[in-house]
Design a binder for this molecule. Structure first.
Ligand SMILES: C[S@@+](CC[C@H](N)C(=O)[O-])C[C@H]1O[C@@H](n2cnc3c(N)ncnc32)[C@H](O)[C@@H]1O
Length: 331
């Protein structure tokens, strides 16, 4: 969104967003709200980001109430789209008030996530503790904070992920799939009817226990607690597809050596022409740097890059990479 005075005249949406959010502080909150109202951030992710910033659900509620008041007082007849987005944000907050409080509480009492672990061992041990603990607080929020702990919202976000996997033709009744960092098994459960077999691994015993319960009736889902270091449980060329949904940011935080080991291991366990799908590569908030790193790793480990760092989802703001074990024309 452009932020200069000219843009107010040039683009009615930008103009409305600037008028409605002007002077709302702190600036980080104003920016989150502006991105939500201009349509580049979903209400769910906007709420999550405000909660991360404040660790206080009442403060987030007050910010959204102030925004709603501004809409009532200052918006013009042409602002209807922006007004609808404020309504969506308000409604989501109201419908998930308890979930927001729980998330704020989780954020307050949570062990702080280090930007970078001092060693790979420390990084993996931290992930085990973090996710063993998080899944006890809220199954849904532990895998997707933006679900606000709401099963319906998580299901909608999961459906968008599965639709993307379908669109990329990486699922199919003849395919064997690895779900790397499977968490509570929401992806494995959702894609089980579409594939021959799916194996979910996770470094957190707590996550695997919940995934075992959730996937229990599905005979083609196999779940295993892994060491987090590699894919030693699987022999060469076992899988048609490997997917990692919001797992690589944690592998990244455990160190470059672990990222390299997972690229090398993924290459080993994939069949020729097999697909590697990474949804979210890191949490550093720099799409270009992520694209650069993934392209470098792909070249080094023998993957072609089919899609590099797009944002295909309407609810989740995760970035999407699709690589293929074979030489394909790079984009
Ligand atoms: C944000 S959760 C996402 C879970 C699941 N992919 C989903 O989207 O529902 C990240 C998961 O990655 C797992 N994880 C982190 N580092 C890992 C590693 N080195 N090996 C396997 N799993 C790991 C965590 O335990 C956690 O369950």
């Amino acid at each position: 969104m452009k932020a200069d005075a000219d843009s107010i005249d040039a683009d009615p949406i930008d103009g409305a967003v600037l008028r409605l959010t002007a002077g709302m502080g702190p600036e980080s909150h104003r920016q989150i709200l502006a991105r939500c109202l201009s349509g580049s951030l979903s209400p769910a992710v906007a709420l999550m980001q405000l909660l991360i910033d404040t660790e206080n659900a009442a403060a987030v509620r007050a910010t959204i109430d102030e925004l709603a008041l501004r809409v009532a007082n200052v918006s013009r007849a042409t602002d209807s789209l922006v007004r609808d987005r404020v309504d969506d944000l308000t409604q989501l907050m109201v419908e998930n008030e308890l979930g927001c409080e729980r998330i704020a509480e989780m954020l307050r009492s949570n062990m702080d996530s280090p930007e970078m672990a001092p060693t790979v061992e420390a990084g993996i041990a931290f992930c085990e503790r973090l996710f063993d603990w998080s899944v006890q607080q809220s199954e849904e929020a532990s895998v997707a904070l933006y679900s606000l702990g709401n099963p319906t919202l998580l299901e909608r976000a999961t459906s968008e992920i599965v639709a993307q996997l379908d669109a990329w033709h990486v699922l199919g009744k003849t395919k064997t799939v690895l779900d790397l960092g499977c968490g509570i098994g929401r992806i494995a459960c959702a894609i089980a009817p579409k594939v021959r077999e799916i194996h979910g691994i996770d470094v957190s015993r707590g996550m695997i226990n919940i995934a075992l319960r959730r996937c229990e009736p599905l005979t083609n889902v196999h779940l295993l607690k892994s060491t987090g270091h590699d894919l030693r449980e699987f022999s060469d060329e076992w899988f048609d597809t490997v997917i990692a949904v919001d797992t690589f940011p944690y592998i990244n935080q455990s160190g470059a050596a672990l990222v390299e080991s997972h690229f090398s291991e993924t290459k080993r366990v994939l069949k020729e022409n097999g697909d590697l799908v990474i949804f979210n590569y890191s949490y550093r908030g720099d799409d270009d740097a992520d694209r650069h790193d993934v392209r470098r790793l792909a070249a080094e480990y023998g993957f072609g890059v089919v899609v590099a760092g797009e944002h295909p989802f309407s609810i989740w703001n995760g970035s999407a990479f699709h690589l293929r074990k074979a030489e394909v024309k790079k984009v």
